[in-house]
Ligand binder design. Structure first.
Ligand SMILES: [Zn+2]
Length: 119
């Protein structure tokens, strides 16, 4: 899975196109339909894997806007900060770890709520 620079995961919403790379002036590639970014697999001009703290925060904000409910954004950003401080995790790993952590907490809360509802 590829995390696009726009903060979305690129899965099925891709377009196919050709772009100029060091290998070939028209190399087959894919792009992200939602934002139009084309990915250069040949020259590894993919979204940066290790962003600075500031860049990561911007990416995390965009990611949260697209993938998380507003009420979980702050929690998610804190988790991102924490994973970043832990050391050399890749951007994607940091975002995924934080994302899963927040989702897990959401589900736990929901389970608790529905548990109380049934009492
Ligand atoms: Zn994109």
């Amino acid at each position: 899975m590829i995390l696009c620079e726009c903060g979305e995961f690129i899965e099925t919403d891709i377009f196919r196109d050709y772009m100029k790379t060091s290998l070939n002036p028209s190399t087959r590639t894919v792009g992200h339909r939602n934002c139009g970014l084309m990915i250069n697999f040949v020259d590894e001009k993919r979204p940066k894997r290790y962003s600075s703290r500031k860049e990561l925060k911007m990416l995390a904000c965009k990611f949260a806007q697209k993938n998380l409910p507003v009420e979980n954004t702050a929690q998610f950003l804190l988790a991102v900060e924490r994973f970043k401080s832990q050391g050399r995790l890749q951007d994607l790993e940091i975002l995924m770890n934080a994302y899963h952590e927040v989702l897990k907490k959401c589900c736990e809360n929901k389970k608790e709520l529905s548990f109380h509802d049934t009492l």
